[in-house]
Design a protein around this ligand. Structure first.
Ligand code: ADP
Ligand code: MG
Length: 316
């Protein structure tokens, strides 16, 4: 392609809300894409989760009188320290549920040793060791083995959580306090309205394979894959930020494209031969990507690839 063609295409892209930050290099990278890896939360979905289901474990409800109030305050206090979209969803839910009470109660807690673990959750020590709190994925919050989970939740509760993930596609967040008090939140995040059509177009018109790489559980990943028309064979769940890089690097050089929005996607966006960031996502995601979808509309992925192919098509 002539420099003029590249310049014109970049301009066309910008007008469509597809910003080629790398100019000609980004366009050229987009022309060879054969596989698109989508992050789930905030990319295939809107990234504005809301609490849709709550379950307080037997221990949580019965152990101490008012245990669930203590539980809510503790969870509120710890999640207030996190910037993760799931954390904001949980704090707004708790605020809405008990009005001023929850947020006021939570101020009484002194938080120390707060740690935010990407892809897992947050943990903290409260009141100099009176409570130890973990809020995050089941696999992590209950400990890797899952024994604690089976110990603290009844069979019917476990079945209920299973349904939340498998059937409703909810993201399940577990809060565990002192290895005994438990609350489970099921968070619903709307799939972007254009997601299914974009996946279908990529496959049938551009012969591009679509995959999901998510930090969420296998069950929730599958439910979302089904909704957007991505085969469950093409799903990689429980992916940590560094696993996302490995998946990117496992593709033949120059053939992969990673689409993401979060801090946890930044390394993969930078490592991919073509990184595409959702405009409304984390600033560090946009800075790590070659292409930014200014309108956060997934149709921009199709437009980017189609525009690049058209630009470099040989004209005889
Ligand atoms: P994704 O790759 O789908 O965008 P993340 O890697 O950001 O997801 O998070 C993966 C999982 O880690 C979430 O599904 C959730 O279970 C857990 N998690 C991470 N941070 C938090 C937090 N602050 N509060 C609750 N859960 C969290
Ligand atoms: Mg994300």
């Amino acid at each position: 392609a002539t420099p003029t063609a590249v310049m014109v295409s970049s301009e066309v892209g910008t007008r469509m809300g597809v910003l080629f930050r790398g100019g000609g290099a980004a366009l050229e990278a987009a022309k060879g894409v054969k596989t698109v890896l989508f992050d789930k939360t905030g990319t295939l979905t809107m990234g504005k989760p809301e609490v849709a289901a709550v379950l307080v474990g037997e221990e949580g409800a019965n152990a101490v009188e008012q245990a669930s109030v203590i539980l809510s305050d503790l969870i509120y206090a710890v999640e207030s320290e996190s910037h993760h979209p799931l954390a904001s969803a949980i704090t707004s839910y708790l605020r809405g549920k008990s009005g001023e009470q929850v947020s006021a109660g939570s101020f009484a807690y002194k938080i120390s040793e707060l740690e935010e673990l990407p892809g897992r959750g947050v943990k903290a020590v409260v009141n100099k060791g009176e409570y130890s709190v973990r809020v995050g994925s089941r696999a992590w919050a209950f400990g890797e083995k899952g024994d604690l989970e089976r110990q603290l939740l009844t069979a019917s509760e476990l079945a209920q959580i299973d349904r939340m993930e498998r059937e409703d596609g909810l993201t399940v967040v577990a809060a565990v306090v002192n290895s005994s008090l438990v609350a489970i939140y099921g968070l619903e995040d709307t799939v972007r309205p254009e997601a299914e059509a974009v996946v279908s177009y990529l496959k049938s018109e551009l012969s591009v394979a679509c995959h999901i790489v998510t930090g969420d559980s296998e069950e929730t990943g599958r439910a979302i894959a089904r909704r957007v028309g991505i085969p469950t064979n093409n799903l990689r769940s429980r992916a940590m930020p560094w696993t996302k890089i490995d998946v990117v690097k496992s593709l033949p050089e120059g053939s992969g494209c990673f689409v993401g929005d979060g801090i946890n996607d930044a390394p993969a966006l930078a490592a991919s031969s073509l990184g595409i960031a959702i405009g409304a996502g984390a600033p560090v995601a946009a800075e790590s990507a070659a292409v930014v979808l200014v309108r956060s509309d997934l149709r921009g992925v199709v437009n980017a690839l189609a525009l690049a192919r058209a630009t470099f098509r040989r004209v005889r």
